[in-house]
Design a protein around this ligand. Structure first.
Ligand SMILES: Cc1cc2nc3c(=O)[nH]c(=O)nc-3n(C[C@H](O)[C@H](O)[C@H](O)COP(=O)(O)OP(=O)(O)OC[C@H]3O[C@@H](n4cnc5c(N)ncnc54)[C@H](O)[C@@H]3O)c2cc1C
Length: 423
């Protein structure tokens, strides 16, 4: 067996996938250099500070049930501030309906309570889903590959009323799409994560997640503002022409970057886009710790009054209203009007802080087979892939892909069988 103390790994991309890959490699005594194009770590998970407000770049939440997140950092160290256990649907007439989620340990009666207003089809569907949703292994949810969420829920027998009044408004806020065309495996993963745990933000913003992971990087070198323009088995080349040699590389960028960096064509590059509009107000709002969601009749997907959940997100006396919309077209005025109506205030009370328009937010397709081959992080003998698109578009999926890429590098180096395909 070779000594691996001197083995050099370049990790391209300091999003969660790259950071996780680097953390696992460093803890196994590989010499890691992380090369990141932007000026900070975290990729899609980052936070700006503006006039005393914490603005996550795109509304997002973490779940304390995410297995890979728990593996990576103690949840308590993030100072989690929890959302309500449930959500509120804003109907077309602007009335709001609160939906509470059952708490573990799950009992049939809790589910029955949840669906007490619904029909037998809903109850039968829930009875079919329940064993999947409460199974211990989070990955057990990945048994329904190939079906869209809408097809799966209809096949399951969910009533039109529940699909449109509850499932669609909630899931469109997570999937960032109206049609529920996202694979059903993701819906089950999301449902399982929300049923088993609590949604939260760290008290100082989502950037705390990559920041804590970076604390595990020890000897790794991080090079910020270093854009890679090509990658091979033996080196990466930066935009300024510098070449960095390595024994192994982990390419932890979006799938849309793969073709350009590797020269291999035909890779899927499709992403869903979203915008998050932030407003400040000192007016009273009809809001608590629940996220408000709505259906396809409005471009608004979610509304959250962030300081209700995490008081540090806004200066004393002020509220921070986060309004996320599907796509990148919605104007700040439209977002403000809808949020004001839903929160029972006047749009003139909401002063615009900033809008993030994110064109490549969530990969449309993901998971095994996406690259036309069974899931396997090896792109070539010495080049490995990581990124949410390989698992599922979530914080947990990104972290998992990073761990599997690191394990694949180690397995290749030590000549062990690949574990990534089934772990
Ligand atoms: C608005 C929004 C809301 C979301 N909501 C949730 C949520 O509520 N819960 C949840 O679990 N997940 C959510 N997600 C998904 C989650 O944030 C992502 O799945 C995850 O962060 C992706 O991590 P990644 O490392 O795969 O990719 P990225 O974060 O995209 O990281 C890729 C990194 O590679 C760098 N890079 C790219 N090209 C180069 C290059 N040529 N050279 C060097 N570096 C390069 C980039 O700068 C970036 O830092 C949301 C995402 C968005 C955008």
């Amino acid at each position: 067996m070779k000594s691996h103390g001197q083995q050099r790994v370049t990790v391209v991309g300091a999003g969660l996938a790259g950071l996780a890959a680097a953390a696992y490699l460093v803890s196994n005594r590989f010499h890691v250099t992380i090369v990141e194009a932007s000026e900070r770590i975290g990729g899609l998970v980052t936070t700006d500070h503006l006039d005393g407000f914490y603005l996550d770049r795109g509304f997002q939440v973490a779940l304390d049930s995410y297995p890979e997140l728990r593996r990576m950092v103690p949840i308590d160290s993030l100072a989690p501030r929890e959302f309500a256990r449930g959500f509120e649907v804003v109907r077309r007439d602007l009335s709001r309906r609160a939906v509470a989620l059952p708490r573990p340990p799950f009992r049939a009666r809790q589910f029955a309570d949840l669906l007490s207003n619904f029909n037998m089809g809903d109850l039968r569907c829930l009875a079919r889903l329940a064993p999947r949703l409460v199974r211990r292994d989070a990955q057990s949810a990945f048994e329904v590959r190939g079906r869209t969420t809408e097809a799966y829920l209809r096949e399951c027998g969910l009533s039109e009323q529940t699909l449109e009044g509850l499932a669609r408004p909630f899931l469109r806020g997570v999937f960032l799409e109206d049609g529920l065309q996202t694979p059903a495996s993701m819906a089950l993963f999301v449902a399982q994560s929300f049923l088993r745990g609590r949604a939260f933000v760290p008290s100082t913003g989502m950037a705390e997640i990559p920041s804590l992971i970076a604390g595990r990087l020890g000897t790794a070198a991080i090079r910020l503002g270093a854009k890679v323009v090509s990658v091979s088995d033996s080196s990466v080349v930066l935009a300024d022409g510098e070449e960095i040699g390595h024994d192994w590389a982990v390419l932890a960028v979006k799938s849309s970057q793969l073709a350009g960096l590797t020269g291999e064509s035909g890779l899927d590059t499709s992403y869903r886009s979203t915008s998050t509009h932030y407003f400040a107000t000192e007016s009273e709002l009809a809001a608590g710790k629940a996220v408000l969601v709505a259906s396809s009749w409005t471009p608004v997907a979610t509304i959250a009054v962030m300081d209700m959940v995490a008081p540090s997100y806004a200066p004393k006396g002020a509220h921070l209203v986060s309004v996320s919309t599907l796509g990148t077209e919605t104007s700040d005025g439209t977002a403000a009007e809808f949020a004001a109506d839903a929160l029972r205030t006047d749009a003139s009370n909401l002063s615009h802080l900033r809008t993030y328009r994110i064109t490549e937010a969530l990969p449309v397709s993901f998971g095994g087979g996406r690259l036309g081959r069974p899931y396997f992080p090896a792109f070539s003998k010495r080049l490995f892939l990581a990124g949410d698109y390989l698992q599922n578009p979530s914080i947990d999926g990104a972290l998992r892909s990073g761990r599997l890429a690191a394990e694949a590098v180690m397995a290749a180096h030590w000549g062990l069988p690949e574990r990534g395909a089934s772990a």
